[in-house]
Design a protein around this ligand. Structure first.
Ligand code: AMP
Length: 277
């Protein structure tokens, strides 16, 4: 496994590769969710590249950029075990040198949900993913359904800009009891980790209601809002029941729906989602 810190060196190594390249962009502090993406990249391609970069431009003021969990040594050990070929770990100064002033922005679907609650977040995401794609030139890039809106934003960017990369969605990986794996779970105390199961419980209940024939979005919303509010450590940021493609809010479950939510458990903001129908 080759660990590369400079953009120039990554470009040089990429030039030497005359085979298929699978790419997994991450912010590190890796867990089983990330490793599932990595295994998929390994399986589908001749060479697997993983990037680790906590991207400052996708964090808003007052968000957790400074405290975001980092453990490079552990990450590299995990990636080595998976048989990853290249780990690309640029520095913020290399990615955004003095005078950096070019941004890639997708409009429309970025104005809802996470985009509405975290202004500028997706502009940071699309910009860094674009830069990473330009450096790594992957054939396929792997993204988790865990960040369902991000996945859609990236798919839209790739389609709108006629990019060559193929975006490969990967289902959310969960703990045995249903908590979606996330680097931010590291912030949770034992008690909070227990409380965080409420997101899974709410999503499962919504799906059960739908399976039993409930199609009224308002009734589903009331039910899952109640479930989360019963948990004293949980505070709802938003709950959305939206068209799975356009992310427009639904009133009736007459098409494929993305149920997504952001909930604070203590000081930690968690997101989760499920596609239904
Ligand atoms: P992050 O390091 O949080 O930026 O995540 C890097 C990639 O891993 C993104 O495409 C995420 O959607 C994906 N990912 C994070 N958590 C999970 C999970 N529990 N299951 C599947 N993919 C995940």
């Amino acid at each position: 496994m080759q660990v590369i810190n400079s953009i120039e060196e990554m470009k040089q190594e990429r030039k030497k590769l005359a085979c298929t390249v699978g790419f997994v962009p991450t912010m590190g502090y890796l867990h089983r969710g990330h490793l599932t993406l990595v295994r998929r990249a390994k399986r589908d391609n001749d060479v697997a590249v993983v990037s680790i970069f906590v991207n400052p431009t996708q964090f808003g003021p007052g968000e957790d950029f400074a405290t975001y969990p980092r453990d490079t040594e552990r990450d590299l050990e995990m990636l080595e075990k998976e048989g990853v070929d290249f780990v690309f770990m640029p520095t913020p100064d290399d990615m955004y040198p003095d005078g950096y002033n070019t941004w890639v922005e997708t409009f429309g679907i970025t104005s809802k949900l996470e985009g509405e609650k975290r202004p500028g977040h997706f502009k940071g995401v699309t910009t860094i993913v674009n830069k990473l794609f330009n450096i790594v030139l992957p054939h396929k890039a792997y993204f988790g359904q865990k960040d369902a809106q991000q996945l859609r934003v990236i798919q839209k960017m790739v389609a709108d800009l006629d990019m060559h990369v193929k975006i490969m969605p990967v289902a959310t990986v969960r703990s045995r009891r249903g908590l979606a794996m996330s680097s931010r779970n590291n912030y949770l105390s034992k008690e909070e980790r227990e409380a965080a199961l409420v997101l899974y419980k709410a999503l499962s209940t919504a799906e059960e209601m739908y399976m039993r024939g409930e199609q009224d979005v308002a009734r589903i919303r009331v039910k899952i809002t109640g479930i989360i509010n019963q948990e004293p450590l949980a505070k709802i940021d938003y709950i959305s029941i939206a068209d799975a493609d356009t992310l427009e809010e639904l009133t009736y479950m007459d098409r494929s729906a993305l149920i997504s939510m952001a909930v604070r458990i203590g000081n930690t903001r968690l997101i989760d989602n499920r596609t239904i129908g």
